[in-house]
Ligand binder design. Structure first.
Ligand SMILES: NC(=O)c1ccc[n+]([C@@H]2O[C@H](COP(=O)([O-])OP(=O)(O)OC[C@H]3O[C@@H](n4cnc5c(N)ncnc54)[C@H](OP(=O)(O)O)[C@@H]3O)[C@@H](O)[C@H]2O)c1
Length: 336
C-alpha cells in the first residue's frame, strides 16, 4: 500500500470532534444503481482515495440490498488502513419483501441494533465511525432512534450520530436527545432544496453537512447520455432528469458550466464539487466513482478556487437547480 501523499484539507463536521478530508467517497455505485459492478476497479479506487487523503467512506445496508455486499467490499478494501479513516454506514430499511426494497422502512430500536451488528461484521471492524438513519421512519419516534444510537455510542460500537434526508423539526428533536454530528442529504448545483430550511437549521445547531449525489448522479460530468442509452439496471434510464425535455435543458446548463470550467482550466465535475465546497467549511461532499482516474480528478477539485463572479455566473446558469424531480413520488422524502 502506497503512503498517503495529500494536500486535501481537513474539515470539521459537527461539534463532537468529527473531522474528515474535504472530499469523501461514496461507495453506493460500486454495487448498485449505475450499471455493472467492477470490484477490482472499485477496490483500486478506494485505495487510491486513501492515498490522496480521502478519509470519509460512505456505505449503507441498502447498497447491498440487505446482503452486506457493499459494506463487505469497503471493509475488504480498507483493511490495511482502517484505523486511519472513517467508515460511515446507514440503517433504516426493511428487506423482508423484495418487492419493497428501497421503500419499506424499519427504524425500530431492535432492528437498529441488529443492522448495526451486521454492519460491524460486514465491514470487519469493531466500531462504525458515523451511523446514519438512512430515512426517517414515520412509525418510530425519532427520539427512540436517537436514544438507541446514543446507547450504541456509549457501548463503543459507534462514534458519531448522523441523519439522512431528515427535515428541520426531526433534526431538532433528534439533536435534543443525542447530538447529531452530520446530516446527509442530496445537494449540488442541480439540487438546491436544502438551502431554504435545512442548511440554516444544521448551522444553527452546529451540525456538519454531507451532500450526496454531488454530481447530480453523474449528470455534472462530461459522460452524460440520454436515458435510452443506459441499461435498464442503471437508475439513469428512468431518472426524471434524463427524460426527454428535461435532458435537453439540463444538458444545455452543463454545457454552459463546462465552458466556465474550461476558462479556469478545470473540468465541469471539479467545478460542481468546488461550488459545493464554497458553500461553507461545514460541507464534505461524497462523490461516487468506480474509477481511480475519475477519483483523482474529483479529489483535485479541492484545489480549485471559484471567485464571487464564478459563483454568480453558476447561479445565473442554474438559478433553481436541474429540470426534473430527483426521486419519483413513492420514495421522495417528506421533510418534517
Ligand atoms: N443518503 C442517501 O440517501 C444517499 C442517496 C444516494 C447516494 N448517497 C451517497 O452519495 C454517494 C454519491 O452519490 P451518487 O453516486 O448517487 O452520485 P454522484 O456522486 O453525483 O455521481 C456518481 C456518478 O458520477 C460518475 N462520475 C463520478 N466522477 C466522475 C468523473 N470525474 N467523470 C465522469 N463521471 C464521474 C460515476 O460514474 P463512475 O463510477 O463510472 O465513475 C457515477 O455514475 C453514493 O455513493 C452514496 O454513498 C446517499
Amino acid at each position: 500500500m502506497a503512503q498517503q501523499t495529500t494536500n486535501l484539507p481537513l474539515r470539521t463536521l459537527g461539534s463532537q470532534g468529527l473531522r474528515a478530508g474535504a472530499i469523501g467517497l461514496g461507495i453506493m455505485g460500486m454495487t448498485i444503481a449505475y450499471g455493472t459492478p467492477d470490484d477490482q476497479s472499485s477496490i483500486a479506487t478506494i485505495r487510491r482515495a486513501y492515498e490522496l487523503g480521502v478519509t470519509l467512506f460512505d456505505t449503507a445496508e441498502l447498497y447491498g440490498l440487505g446482503t452486506g455486499s457493499n459494506e463487505q467490499l469497503l471493509g475488504r478494501a480498507v483493511k490495511d488502513f482502517r484505523d486511519d479513516i472513517l467508515l460511515a454506514t446507514k440503517f433504516g430499511y426493511d428487506f423482508t419483501d423484495p418487492a419493497k426494497f428501497g421503500i419499506a422502512l424499519d427504524s425500530r430500536p431492535k432492528h437498529i441494533r441488529e443492522v448495526t451488528e451486521n454492519s460491524l461484521r460486514h465491514l470487519g471492524t469493531d466500531h462504525i465511525d458515523v451511523l446514519y438513519q438512512h430515512r426517517v421512519d414515520p412509525n418510530v419516534p425519532i427520539e427512540d432512534v436517537a436514544g438507541t444510537v446514543a446507547e450504541l455510542i456509549a457501548e463503543g460500537k459507534v462514534r458519531y450520530f448522523g441523519l439522512s434526508e431528515a427535515g428541520p423539526g426531526t433534526i431538532r428533536r433528534a439533536h435534543a436527545v443525542h447530538p447529531v454530528s452530520v446530516l446527509q442529504t442530496e445537494y449540488s448545483v442541480f439540487e438546491r432544496g436544502v438551502e431554504a430550511d435545512v442548511l440554516p437549521v444544521v448551522r444553527e445547531l452546529g451540525i456538519g453537512f454531507v451532500p450526496y449525489s454531488p454530481l447530480g448522479r453523474g449528470f455534472l460530468t462530461d459522460t452524460v447520455k440520454p436515458a435510452a442509452e443506459y441499461p435498464a439496471d442503471d437508475m439513469r434510464s428512468t431518472d426524471d432528469r434524463w427524460q426527454p425535455r428535461n435532458y435537453e435543458k439540463n444538458l444545455a446548463a452543463v454545457r454552459e458550466l463546462t465552458a466556465l470550467a474550461a476558462g479556469k482550466d478545470i473540468t465541469v465535475t471539479q467545478l460542481a464539487l468546488a461550488w459545493l465546497l464554497a458553500q461553507g467549511d461545514d460541507i464534505v461532499p461524497i462523490p461516487g466513482t468506480r474509477s481511480p482516474q475519475r477519483l483523482q480528478e474529483n479529489v483535485a477539485a479541492a484545489q480549485a478556487t471559484l471567485t464571487p463572479q464564478d459563483l454568480a455566473r453558476i447561479g445565473k446558469i442554474l438559478p433553481h437547480g436541474a429540470a426534473g424531480s430527483r426521486y419519483n413520488e413513492a420514495i421522495l422524502p417528506n421533510w418534517q
